[in-house]
Design a protein around this ligand. Structure first.
Ligand code: ADP
Ligand code: MG
Length: 460
């Protein structure tokens, strides 16, 4: 059973089950197979609002069942109402990475069993013409990465005039990856005035999410279960200081030795590191495999399916796998390097501790990681302490802020290190404060914000 943050507003809803949410019986029949005790908080709150036809900007912690919270109302609506168009898809779900799109597609397919609808997956790296053929069969539902879907609009192999439901899973990550133009392209193509749009993520508290929400959503209801940076009670976090790469590797070896893991994901900063580290792990007879964005799609698919089946115990990857992936046996996450984007910390560690299970997250913090670590600490608003192995202690104790008058003591305890060319504490300043207030359910008036700098290159 999922254990969620308690609060006065939502407590009364906690016993709701799927059957209480107004869903079509055909969907309830399939949901029953999952044997869930009750709907999660986000499901309890988002499903009725989405069924009522409102646009939605919804956030809840990693592993809290957001996928069903958007898949179910989308299907419900299609079962209950007449299509806007005979040919066009009725629902489109967008996700930032191919792996996540594939997983969501799997979940959608499960929910479609017993129904007469078909669906297709449209992601980059797959054969374009095969996708054109699939689209000619007029699938009712599409799960896609935004880049490739926009290509099909350009190519006129797809029309979205009759689209009823547009869903953006991990919307903030799509923006981070520079997909804003593609999202807007899709938004303009899906121009039916009664189109409903739903945005979901564990971290939606970005100014640029507000910008895009202003453009794409119509008087949305905001549902925030907890806050993005709240402590995830099912995930134990540990941090180790390290001096240099060799020290990091020694610590990793020890952590792997001592951790009683079923499956484990290691995140590194770069693609090259995934391969280097995987070779080392395999040389040490640990069954590891590297997944990164430079592999071709067949390789990526094979690696993911092998990892999911437990052929490999360790997946070494970059932020390509930080979002959304739901693999039941992942008991541990290791940040070999701290993430560049602060929010990715929450998503990376959220690959474990899913659906009420316990998980461990271990981060190795060297001099190069220090800025990222401090940003994560500021984002989480927790005083993070360091663990150590007596025989593997290093010299590095953190970098003191440069302003001499600020602190004399431990660098760790400094609240605001001087920026000095890097962007300390930049993210929290950008955040929309309304998301800090535990739960916000209700119509939200968006305040237009200043234009953001152009995004980096897409790399789904
Ligand atoms: P999120 O998108 O919030 O990270 P997912 O939708 O991937 O989470 O769901 C995480 C896990 O929780 C999945 O394995 C899913 O099957 C499971 N799950 C979904 N709904 C429930 C529920 N009501 N009770 C228990 N587990 C659930
Ligand atoms: Mg998800």
């Amino acid at each position: 059973m999922l254990v969620s943050r308690q609060n006065a507003v939502t407590q009364w809803r906690k016993l709701l089950q799927f059957k209480d949410l107004g869903l079509d019986n055909r969907l309830l029949k399939t949901v029953k197979h999952f044997d869930f005790k009750q709907a999660t908080e986000i499901q309890q709150q988002a499903i009725p609002v989405a069924i009522a036809g409102k646009d939605l900007l919804a956030s809840s912690k990693t592993g809290s069942g957001k996928t069903l919270a958007f898949v179910l109302p989308m299907l419900h609506k299609s079962l209950k109402s007449k299509a806007f168009s005979a040919k066009d898809p009725r629902g489109v779900i967008l996700a930032p990475t191919r792996e996540l799109a594939k997983q969501v597609y799997g979940e959608l397919r499960t929910m479609l069993s017993g129904l007469s609808y078909d669906a297709t997956l449209i992601v980059g790296g797959e054969n374009f013409n095969d996708q054109v053929k699939a689209l000619r069969r007029n699938p009712k539902f599409i799960v896609a990465t935004p880049g490739r879907l926009a290509d099909h609009l350009e190519h006129r192999s797809l029309f979205l005039d009759g689209l009823e439901t547009l869903i953006l899973d991990e919307a903030d990550r799509m923006l981070d990856l520079g997909f804003a133009p593609e999202l807007l392209r899709i938004h303009r193509a899906a121009k039916h005035r009664r189109r409903q749009t739903l945005m979901f993520s564990a971290t939606l508290d970005h100014a640029d999410v507000n910008d895009i929400a202003l453009k794409m959503l119509n008087a949305p209801k905001r549902i925030a279960i907890g806050v993005a940076n709240a402590e995830h009670k099912d995930i134990t976090q540990k941090f180790y200081l390290c001096d240099h790469l060799d020290h990091k590797e020694a610590l990793l070896e020890r952590v792997l030795d001592e951790a009683n893991y079923k499956q484990l994901i290691i995140f590194t900063a770069t693609r090259v590191d995934t391969e280097r580290l995987t070779e080392k792990l395999n040389a040490a007879k640990l069954k590891a495999v590297a997944l990164s964005g430079n592999l071709n799609q067949n390789q990526r698919n094979t690696i993911m399916s092998q990892f999911e089946r437990g052929v490999f115990k360790i997946l070494v990857t970059t932020d390509v796998a930080s979002r959304g992936l739901d693999i039941a046996n992942v008991t541990h996450v290791i940040n070999f390097d701290m993430p560049k984007h602060t929010e990715e910390y929450v998503h990376r560690v959220g690959r474990t501790g899913r659906a009420g299970n316990k998980g461990d997250a271990i981060s190795l913090v060297g001099p190069k990681d220090w800025d990222s670590f401090k940003r994560v600490e500021a984002y989480l608003q927790q005083d993070l302490s360091f663990s150590e192995f007596a025989d593997l202690k290093g010299k590095f104790k953190g970098i003191k802020p440069r302003k001499p008058s600020v602190v004399k003591g431990k660098a760790q305890s400094s609240k605001k290190p001087k920026a000095q060319g890097h962007k300390q504490d930049k993210k929290p300043a950008k955040r929309d404060k309304s998301f800090y207030q535990n739960v916000a359910v209700g119509d939200d008036v968006f305040v237009p914000r200043k234009k953001k700098t152009p995004p980096s290159e897409p790399q789904e």
